[in-house]
Structures are given as structure tokens and as C-alpha cells.
Design a protein around this ligand. Structure first.
Ligand code: SF4
Length: 305
């Protein structure tokens, strides 16, 4: 049974998630229901369930929202087509798109204006990639992995952007492959500071842990990547939404457990896991710190405290 718990730092909430949650929180406090939210505000089941209990209505199609209603766009960003549909329906929009995602939208738009074809390294179907792709669908191709690079066909110089929550190592492989094929490609690696730091911390913890637990929802790209990063580093790793999903059999023969969480996960979800481990015999809880984070994004005008 484990005796030591290593806590990865940084872990949990990033600045973009804090901003999105604070915005929706303020809107629900100030406005009468209904308040609609386009897509999950952040990819975490507990956070979304909490807002749903307070009256937020989550939709995946703006056409479902009654004309003139309040709608909040999620942290992952939306395509221009969604913005236009919201305008047509006279929806009162508050946009919580993370500024680091907005940056990728702007890079994509500018690249097309400058005459490039865009390669968007990311996961098809992920909210963020769908939104970025929507900036210029006729000039953008999504590339999920290095194996897809051989199939790319372009007519113009190549500009590369990425989803913000990818695996740092896998993305480097994809970009190397693109550079081999298109040596003049302009490359922007947009993996954000929070994704990078959390993966780096997991690698550090993996050097000493026998088992690594990642708290995060299955649709949270950065949480899923953290589990993969740990496995790549040679440690058995599981992703769970909370303590109730942990199988105690995982702890058999384990001395050192590592614990981290994705960028959309409240730290309070880790508390029951830490308490459970202490009850099982963990006597040493040690932070493994790889970076200090002090990034903060301002709330949209009118919602500042
Ligand atoms: Fe922004 Fe990065 Fe957080 Fe996504 S993971 S919301 S890009 S800071």
C-alpha cells in the first residue's frame, strides 16, 4: 500500500478556466433565468453540473436558444458562423473564449489574408478545433498526427497553428514532419503555458511514482493528454472524474502515488482522494513544483468585481 503521495504543481485550474467560471458565476448571480451556455463552459462534469443546478442551460446549437436570450460562449471559442447565427437570433452574447484561444483564431485569419493555406494541428471534433477551423474552413486542414502529414495537399505556402491543449511531445513530432515536407512553413506552436506546465510536472512526478492519477473529465483534452504523458513516461496512469472512480486494487504493490488534475478541474475534487490515501497509510504528502503560475485574464467589461 502507498506511503508517499506526490502532488504535481502546477495542476488544476488555469487562468482561462478561472475567467470563464467567474463570468458565468457573475451572470447567474446578476440575471434572471434562463441563461444559456453554448457548449460546456469548461470540460469538467462537476463544474457543469454545478452550473446546471443553478439554472444554466447548456446547448450545442445556437438555433435551440429562444430569440433575444442571454447566451454565454464557452472558454473553447466559437466559429464565426456561430457568432453570425447568434446575431441573427438577436442573442445577448457574453464571450468567455480564453484569450490564448482567441490568439489562434487571429493567427488563422491573418495567415489566410496573407495568402497561406493553414494546417491546424488538433483533434477533429474538439470544441476548440471546430471553432478555429471555422475561421477559414476552405483554406484550413486539420492534422491529428504525424501519419496524416503525407496526405496533405496544399496550393499555397503553409502556415501551422495548433490546438492549445495538445501533447507537447506529440505535437513536436507532427511539426517536425510538416517541416520535413514543407521546409518553408511558418509555424506557430500554440500549446498554452498551462498545458505545457502541467505536462512537465507530470513528467517530473512520473520519475518517482509507481502509479499516477489524473483527475479530469473524459472530454477534457488536457486531462486526457496528462494521462498519456504519464504512460509515455512509463508509469501506470488512470484518469478519473473523482474519488468514486478509483479502484483500490490499483494501489496494490504501489509505494508512491502521483496526483495531478487537468486545467478545468477544481482542486476541491482532489481532497477526498488525498484523505482516502491518508486513510490507506500515506504518511508523506510532497509537492513536486516545476513552475510558478501568475497568469490572470481580466473579466469582460461590466463583469469586473
Ligand atoms: Fe486558456 Fe490554456 Fe486554459 Fe485552454 S488550457 S483555457 S488555452 S489557459
Amino acid at each position: 500500500m502507498p506511503h508517499t503521495l506526490l502532488l504535481a504543481e502546477p495542476r488544476g485550474f488555469c487562468a482561462g478556466v478561472v475567467r470563464a467560471i467567474d463570468v458565468l458565476d457573475a451572470v447567474l448571480d446578476r440575471e434572471p433565468p434562463p441563461v444559456y451556455v453554448f457548449h460546456e463552459i469548461v470540460h469538467n462534469r462537476h463544474v457543469v453540473d454545478g452550473f446546471r443546478a443553478r439554472g444554466a442551460i447548456f446547448v450545442d446549437d445556437v438555433a435551440e436558444v429562444p430569440e433575444g436570450s442571454r447566451i454565454v460562449f464557452s472558454a473553447h471559442g466559437v466559429s464565426p458562423a456561430v457568432v453570425e447565427e447568434a446575431e441573427r437570433r438577436r442573442l445577448r452574447v457574453i464571450d468567455t473564449t480564453c484569450p490564448l484561444v482567441t490568439k489562434v483564431h487571429l493567427e488563422t485569419k491573418n495567415a489566410v489574408k496573407l495568402g497561406y493555406d493553414v494546417l491546424l494541428v488538433g483533434h477533429r471534433g474538439h470544441d476548440e478545433t471546430v471553432g478555429t477551423y471555422g475561421e477559414a474552413p476552405e483554406r484550413t486542414q486539420i492534422v491529428e498526427d504525424a501519419g496524416e502529414v503525407a496526405d496533405i495537399e496544399v496550393e499555397r505556402p503553409v502556415f501551422v497553428v495548433t490546438q492549445t491543449t495538445l501533447s507537447v511531445n506529440d505535437t513536436a513530432d507532427v511539426i517536425d514532419e510538416i517541416r520535413d515536407r514543407y521546409p518553408d512553413a511558418e509555424v506557430r506552436n500554440d500549446i498554452c503555458y498551462a498545458t505545457t506546465n502541467r505536462q512537465f510536472a507530470v513528467r517530473k512526478v512520473a520519475e518517482r511514482a509507481d502509479l499516477l492519477l489524473v483527475v479530469g473529465s473524459r472530454n477534457s483534452s488536457n486531462s486526457v493528454r496528462l494521462r498519456e504523458v504519464a504512460e509515455d513516461a512509463g508509469v501506470t496512469a488512470y484518469r478519473v472524474d473523482g474519488v468514486d472512480e478509483i479502484d483500490p486494487a490499483w494501489y496494490e504493490g504501489v509505494d508512491v502515488v502521483g496526483l495531478t488534475s487537468g486545467a478545468s478541474v477544481p482542486d476541491e475534487l482532489l481532497e477526498p482522494i488525498i484523505e482516502d490515501l491518508k486513510a490507506r497509510g500515506v504518511t508523506r504528502v510532497e509537492p513536486v513544483v516545476v513552475a510558478e503560475e501568475n497568469v490572470e485574464f481580466r473579466l469582460p467589461q461590466g463583469l469586473e468585481e
